[in-house]
Write a protein that binds this ligand. Structure first.
Ligand code: UDP
Length: 287
């Protein structure tokens, strides 16, 4: 579980907020809360490379069963669903930028690292099927490396890990050559995109990339974080086979084309990578 009760303590007592602790597999509870809602932001999933590599059954079952339940009850009670998918669905493709209608290039099922991508791709197919057959008001969003304060580094996420290593004077662990690149989007911007989607009618039955277009290699990221934290940590390189498991395949790059969401809602990210690192650093130091 990547969530924490600490993350909601700022508003847990707010009169318009209600917290129900349960699982998407709990059909009875889920139908009850869905029937009382207007929009369901379905963000519940097994996520994080460590969880996916170490718990493939949990990954596949949570991501597929939970989503089946959400769609089924949302269709029954005529509710809107915004479901989180992931840039992982683009798989091993090495395109410069990914657009929503691009083909997916997944690795062999022998390598269960791709089970996460496959499970989320199936969620997307199911969402589109519910849209077509049951007229479900569903929007699919593919997140590209969402990061920010309060994200745990425990399950592999690179920015909280590097920041924590830098502020604690530990080695910064770059996996592989560090030449692989990513685009990091502040959770503030991602949430803003979701709120805009909820207010737009033209997003029904559509799929959107949500992410930043600032691409950075993991080597450059390690240097940037070391500098921003005023750290004297060493940057070390660890082979993928040691960091994850033998035969692990990483994605070389992952940059979104965000024209579609921009045209539909006017959204573009506001926070820079400097802002992200600053916020994660301040949070890490304070905790
Ligand atoms: N990574 C790294 N060191 C770490 C954790 C991650 O070099 O301690 C790399 C990882 O191999 C990947 C990138 O950072 O190439 C982003 O990893 P993350 O798990 O944050 O997201 P992903 O893009 O893999 O979903």
């Amino acid at each position: 579980m990547t969530g924490s009760r600490e993350n909601i303590k700022g508003f847990i007592k707010h009169p318009e907020f209600r917290f129900v602790e349960s699982y998407v597999e709990d059909s009875k509870m889920l139908e009850q809360v869905i029937s009382e809602s207007e929009t369901i932001f379905h963000l519940a999933a097994a996520v994080g490379v460590d969880i996916v590599v170490n718990n493939p059954i949990h990954t596949i079952e949570t991501n597929i069963r939970g989503t089946e339940n959400v769609f089924q009850f949302a269709a029954k009670h005529n509710k809107k669903v915004i479901i989180a998918s992931t840039s992982e669905v683009y798989g091993k493709s090495t395109k410069d930028t990914f657009s929503e209608t691009d083909d997916l290039l997944l690795g062999s099922p022998v390598n269960y690292r791709w089970s996460y991508a496959a499970s989320k791709a199936l969620d997307e197919y199911l969402g589109m099927a519910y849209y077509k057959e049951k007229n479900l008001n569903v929007t699919i969003v593919r997140f590209f490396n969402t990061v920010g304060p309060r994200q745990t580094g425990q399950y592999g996420m690179v920015i909280p890990r590097f920041v924590s290593q830098a502020v604690n004077g530990k080695d910064i662990t770059v996996f592989g050559t560090g030449g692989q690149s990513r685009c990091f989007c502040h959770v503030f911007d991602t949430v803003r995109a979701l709120m805009l989607m909820d207010r737009c009618e033209n997003v029904r039955g559509e799929t959107f990339n949500i992410g930043s277009q600032h691409e950075i290699s993991i080597n450059q990221l390690a240097e940037m974080i070391t500098k921003a934290c005023g750290s004297s940590s060493n940057i070390v390189h660890i082979p993928y086979s040691e960091a994850y498991s033998p035969g692990f395949e990483d994605m070389l790059r992952r940059k979104p084309n965000i024209d579609k969401i921009n045209e539909a809602t006017g959204w573009t990210p506001e926070k820079s990578l400097d802002n992200i690192i600053e916020d994660v650093k301040n949070y890490t130091i304070a905790n």
